[in-house]
Design a protein around this ligand. Structure first.
Ligand SMILES: [Zn+2]
Length: 255
């Protein structure tokens, strides 16, 4: 068995036997991998160190033919405090959900893990969670090689656009004329078009350093979620939980 070293974020821990855990690690070098952590459920010992969900660390692993076994770890950062706030924790789960899909292959994992860590950090710093998840959604599509086309009209290629529309099927900006024959296109204000451009051109924590009015942010949120769902061909449902949660609060308040 070869010994390898990789930095990564623990996104899932499953109890196994009385003493062990099976971890899911988003590794910058190997993508999403399963890691067997022996004796990690015995509290207070060296083996449990760094095996908790939302830990980012440098992990030393034995690499077998089909599995990885934890040897040791060096914790570099953690995001545990997000788990004490139901809204932030749900948003963190949503960010992880989107980044996880980009970690299925090692080629995009490095950038996806990096963007995710900056996103979790921005959540920790109490930046607007809707803005963080919208920006990360657009960044993930770019990392996967499906960024929205923004340099001209995606159909006729004109750069002269008085009114910018966004076409989901055509994957990007559309001029007014071309948008009229695209059923699923929507008009987007200049502020929203600029936000999309900003995210595509920014790196690291810069991805999340812009402001939008509540109205434009709601529109950006819906656009970014629909865009990533259509490109990845799946639904991201983690945030649905917050709606159910609110609903239950309302029910208990009305008693
Ligand atoms: Zn056009």
């Amino acid at each position: 068995m070869a010994l390898i070293k990789t930095k990564g974020l623990i996104i899932k821990e499953i109890k196994y036997n009385d003493t062990d855990k099976i971890l899911t690690l988003l590794s910058a070098d190997y993508g999403k991998i399963s890691v067997y952590a022996k004796n990690s459920r015995k509290g207070g010992n060296r083996s449990s160190y760094g095996t908790q969900i939302l830990t980012y660390g440098e992990y030393v692993l034995f690499r077998g033919r089909e599995s990885y076994i934890l040897n040791s770890c060096d914790v570099l950062a953690n995001f545990y405090e997000l788990s004490s706030d139901i809204e932030l924790f749900t948003y963190a789960a949503h960010l992880i959900d989107m980044a996880e899909d980009a970690c299925n292959g090692p080629s995009s994992a490095k950038d996806a893990v990096k963007a995710l860590l900056y996103g979790l950090n921005a959540l920790k710093k109490k930046r607007n969670p809707k803005l963080i998840s919208s920006a990360l959604a657009i960044k993930i599509t770019q990392i996967m090689g499906y960024p929205p086309h923004v340099s001209s009209c995606a159909v006729c290629n004109t750069r002269t656009m008085e009114q910018i529309h966004f076409g989901f099927k055509k994957c990007g900006f559309l001029c007014e004329k071309c948008s009229s024959s695209e059923k699923d296109s929507i008009y987007i204000e200049n502020g929203l078009a600029k936000a999309i451009l900003f995210v595509l051109l920014s790196e690291d924590s810069g991805i999340f350093s812009f402001e939008l009015s509540d109205r434009l942010l709601n529109k950006f949120f819906n656009l970014a979620l629909k865009y990533i769902e259509e490109r990845m061909d799946r639904r991201y449902r983690k945030l649905d939980f917050l709606e159910e949660f609110d609903y239950n609060t309302v029910l208990s308040d009305s008693k």
